[in-house]
Write a protein that binds this ligand. Structure first.
Ligand code: AKG
Ligand code: FE2
Length: 279
């Protein structure tokens, strides 16, 4: 059975149910979280204007710092030959954000980072002792003082022509980081894969937030929390519209040891090469 549990952020039983869902499926869905649908909609609208204007080309990604604008077809999933049908912008605390988007985006960034810290505390407290003993430090502490958390603003344009065979909005992949927080996308399309290879739509009604475990949490927990593959499928012909989403990737401080001999920085560098974002 592959059941992604939906838990209320305010329910005292939420932390245990949340950790259980992550353990069983690599995913969990939160309701009653503090980021309101209005705010999400306003953020998508403002970034939609940015992606619709040529000023985005003034913010082209700085390959050293990885901040800024990544044009359409920059990234491929690990081991995928074709590029994803998306353009996106990477927000880091030390990186650039266009001035008209600064207040909205930085506010959201900070609130998501705080929620991420809380959720890592829930996971920490609800992980069996033998697994917890592997963590080089408590999970929430891995995030404290981190400048590496990444808010990615994604724009998947409507499909204009028949895409290259195999090209999708986002090909199947696992995330690199500890956990990812995904407020509801502007359209459906996100799916998660169970261990038998079947795909399941991830609930994404307004007001929901999906959370998934990434490769770093899988590694640090010795596989207790699976980094479940997920993808974003192309829109149906009857609803060929743009889709916006904004995953917050919670990343440890670079020197955090994920497993003996591997720091977060070592792991990130290796994975960025694999997905074509770093030379
Ligand atoms: O657009 C989405 O809903 C998910 C995007 C995603 O999985 C990613 O960027 O890693
Ligand atoms: Fe992802």
């Amino acid at each position: 059975m592959f059941t992604i549990r939906t838990v209320s952020y305010t329910d005292p039983a939420a932390p245990a149910a949340f950790a259980r869902s992550l353990r069983e499926t690599g995913f969990a869905v939160l309701t009653d979280h503090p980021i309101t649908p209005d705010r999400i909609e306003a953020t998508y609208a403002a970034w939609g204007r940015f992606f619709g204007s040529d000023s985005k080309f003034d913010y082209k990604v700085n390959p050293e710092r990885q901040d800024g604008y990544f044009p359409f077809k920059s990234e491929n999933a690990k081991d995928s030959r074709v590029k994803d049908l998306k353009e996106f912008y990477h927000v880091y605390p030390d990186g650039r954000v266009p001035p008209e988007l600064e207040a909205l985006t930085r506010g959201l960034y900070d609130d998501l980072a705080t929620i991420g810290h809380t959720l890592l505390g829930w996971i920490q407290d609800n992980t069996p002792d033998d697994v917890r003993a592997r963590f080089s430090e408590p999970l929430p502490r891995m995030l404290e003082g981190s400048r590496q958390n990444l808010l990615r603003i994604l724009h998947y344009p409507p499909l204009t022509e028949a895409p290259e065979p195999g090209a999708v909005r986002a090909a199947a992949h696992g995330d690199i980081n500890l956990i990812t927080l995904l407020v509801a996308g502007s359209e459906p399309g996100l799916e998660a894969r169970d261990t038998a290879g079947n795909w399941h739509a991830v609930p994404c009604d307004p007001g929901m937030m999906a959370i998934n475990a990434g490769d770093m949490l899988e590694m640090a927990s010795g596989g207790h929390y699976p980094s479940t593959e997920h993808r974003v499928i192309n829109p149906p012909a009857a609803r060929n519209v743009a889709r916006f989403s904004m995953p917050m990737f919670c990343h440890p401080r670079p020197e955090v040891v994920l497993k003996p001999g591997t720091t977060a920085d070592d792991f990130l560098t290796q994975r960025l090469r694999e997905i074509g974002l770093k030379a």
